[in-house]
Ligand binder design. Structure first.
Ligand code: SF4
Ligand code: SF4
Length: 376
């Protein structure tokens, strides 16, 4: 199998899921800004673009065609796209969706093609509907250069896929220093499984959806002591890129400033040194010591709630405010989690949830705090 790490000239990929938009409308991608960002990125020797069917309400692929594909020779960039496996009912759907994606992007092949957001259940469904055979056939026909998958599940489930599908050439994982030891995300464990199988890793969410770019308090001071100029995001991206088996780190760049920042330290990539590693370890310790709600996200409390409050999700949003201060990232996450009406302030204090909680959390009182925190 070709050594994929060799075909990546630089370790920073351009994620096309949070592109610059006009009028705050996620479907209205600002082509002028996107074109300028692409030019600046390419000028510096970066080549990898990552899009997907659902990004920007299905408008990202077409923006990639207009701003990248129609303006640069096809050989000058690497393009990754993903099969939305949740939309597939039968074998024919693979072909139909794939052709649509090629047309939307205006290309005849994808350099990298992934099954999108795989987990244990989706792998089983993809096996049943013939998805693995489909991508291999596309590879034989030269319409896909390299096949892999993005993944959100346990390390155990990842091992199962890599054992059963040696044809998978790479895996895209959520890796960042905050989630490295997390039992939910299992960044470290998943990374180690990929390493064991000799499958190179593409990193997604290195800055945890922007969270690690917004440090406050002691964690911010620790990083500023290292260098007053370096951005907080730079440590998160370089942390992921410093891992030996990582071939690329994706950054969903939304404006020119982010692009200038990301490319500045990834142009001539320098792995974290001992001093920087020690500082990040201290940041992680400081964050862990903060008074967050000790919810394990088991979700036992959710089902019986008459107000349909997504309790563990709003607790997580609250925890983010404790660790990183209240900011647009955690406000946005809270808005998304409660979009169906289950915000913390609609709790009627019936207490049903507390009887289910193995951690014996005082959920009702905690929800009052959550509601106060996110009150506009
Ligand atoms: S106390 Fe509040 S959160 Fe708990 S079940 Fe009742 S309404 Fe839902
Ligand atoms: S039952 Fe308790 S620990 Fe489990 S998700 Fe609900 S609040 Fe969190």
């Amino acid at each position: 199998m070709e050594d994929l790490k060799q075909i990546m000239p630089k370790k920073l990929g351009f994620g096309c899921m949070r592109l610059p938009v006009a009028n705050g409308n996620s479907e209205e991608i600002d082509d002028a800004v996107f074109c300028r960002m692409i030019d600046r990125y390419m000028e510096q020797g970066f080549v990898y673009f990552d899009t997907a069917y659902p990004y920007h309400n299905q408008k990202s692929e077409e923006a990639v065609r207009r701003c990248l594909v129609e303006r640069y020779d096809r050989e000058r960039f690497l393009l990754a796209d993903k099969m939305p496996v949740w939309l597939v009912q039968n074998m024919e759907d693979y072909s139909e969706i794939f052709e649509r994606q090629l047309a939307r992007c205006g290309v005849t092949y994808f350099d990298f093609y992934l099954f999108h957001a795989m987990n244990k259940t989706r792998v089983e469904e993809t096996e049943k509907t013939g998805g693995f055979a489909f991508v291999q056939r596309m590879k034989t026909e030269g319409r896909i250069r390299h096949i892999g998958f993005s993944f959100h599940d346990t390390a155990e489930a990842l091992e199962e896929i890599l054992k059963n599908h040696p044809e998978m050439e790479f895996v895209q994982l959520q890796i960042n220093y905050y989630d490295w030891e997390s039992e939910n995300v299992q960044s470290r464990k998943c990374y180690e499984v990929a390493q064991k199988y000799g499958v190179p890793v593409i990193v997604m969410e290195p800055v945890k959806g922007g969270t690690l770019a917004n440090m406050t308090g002691r964690p911010a001071e620790i990083l500023k002591e290292l260098s007053p100029e370096a951005s907080f995001a730079s440590y998160a991206i370089r942390y992921a890129a410093s891992l030996e088996n990582v071939m690329l780190v994706l950054s969903g760049m939304s404006d020119e400033q982010q692009l200038i920042d990301n490319t500045a330290y990834m142009r001539e990539f320098r792995p974290l040194d001992e001093r920087e590693r020690a500082a990040i370890a201290r940041v992680v310790e400081e964050l862990a010591a903060m008074p967050t709600i000790a919810c394990t996200k088991c979700r036992y409390c959710v089902e019986g709630c008459p107000k349909k409050i997504p309790i563990p999700d709003v607790f997580e949003d609250y925890n983010m405010t404790v660790q990183f201060g209240i900011n647009e990232t955690n406000r946005g996450s809270y808005r998304r989690h409660t979009a169906d009406g289950g915000s913390a302030d609609v709790c009627i204090r019936c207490g049903k949830c507390e009887g289910q909680c193995p951690q014996h959390l005082p959920i009702r009182d905690l929800l009052v705090k959550v509601a106060e925190t996110f009150a506009e």
